[in-house]
Ligand binder design. Sequence first.
Ligand SMILES: *Cc1c(COP(=O)(O)O)cnc(C)c1O
Length: 344
Amino acid sequence: MNQAPWIDLRSDTVTQPGAEMRAAMEHASVGDDVYGDDPTVNRLQDVTAEMFGYEAALFAPSGTQSNLIALLVHCARGDEYLVGQEAHTYKYEGGGAAVLGSIQPQPIANQADGSIALADIAAYIKPDDMHFARTRLLALENTIGGRVLGSAYMAAATSLARARGLATHLDGARICNAAVKQGISLREATAGFDTVSVCLSKGLGAPVGSVLCGPKALIEQGKRWRKMLGGGMRQAGIVAAAGLYALEHNIARLADDHANAARLSAGLAQIAQLKVATPQTNIFYIEVPPAAVDALRAALLRERIRATVGQYTRLVTHINVSAADVERILDVFTDFFKDWQHAS
Ligand SMILES: *Cc1c(COP(=O)(O)O)cnc(C)c1O
């Protein structure tokens, strides 16, 4: 008997390139990108810069590296950046800015909606005084934990930063989700930021890569850092082709992931033992009774559903989770909690 295929809700990084994306990779023209000779990488960089409204762009092997390059071009040794406590560029990048750039983060508590309060941004900018690190940069993230920072907030935060002489960087790993959700263009979603890092390998479904967009002069400096960090890749057009395919075909369909997350959340909310958040995009959290965690994890695995199950469980929809998969997941959860209630 055929077993059902695995459903993986751990992250939108787990997506598999489909046949058409693989065909684009197979047929990509390539060259040595360290010499600037790879036509597919060059096209990816031009297309991305144009789509997001920037002068230039740089293909990097990961979002961690592309964010680090941005921090390194904006900040020098002894500078600091203002960043959310929950932000990837502070919490999930191994302290790279401090380790490799001698750049100090100034983490600031995120509000419940994922934003950093404007008053906090203003208050944490340090005066020009030899006791303090030089505050150089505001780094924001959108979406953050699946939450959308709206255009009005983004405009206010970047204006405040600019008025106080700070540069601005957007960790836009999932900026396309934020744009699709708000029904705005990619250019509107990144307006006001000096640089933006866009992940191709999250919801867009490419296997590898991020693109850093910004002014030509900063991107040129960024190329030096990328080489130093080991991110100078040779015939990288093979993977850049997947990124191009993703930008051309997989942005509008993010709305399907948002709809699937909404349906999954609404169905799970019917289960009395769960506390379920309402997703804004493709990521949301549920609270599982601690006593049920181990058994739920096992029950999901038995039904070929992968999730990072804990008391606070993050669920993520993506291109390889279909509407039918959502119904299968709901059936498994519903059955489990029916039995679990009886057993407890
Ligand atoms: C995934 C992610 C990145 C980059 O991660 P890599 O795994 O290094 O590509 C950066 N920022 C956010 C918000 C992310 O979710």
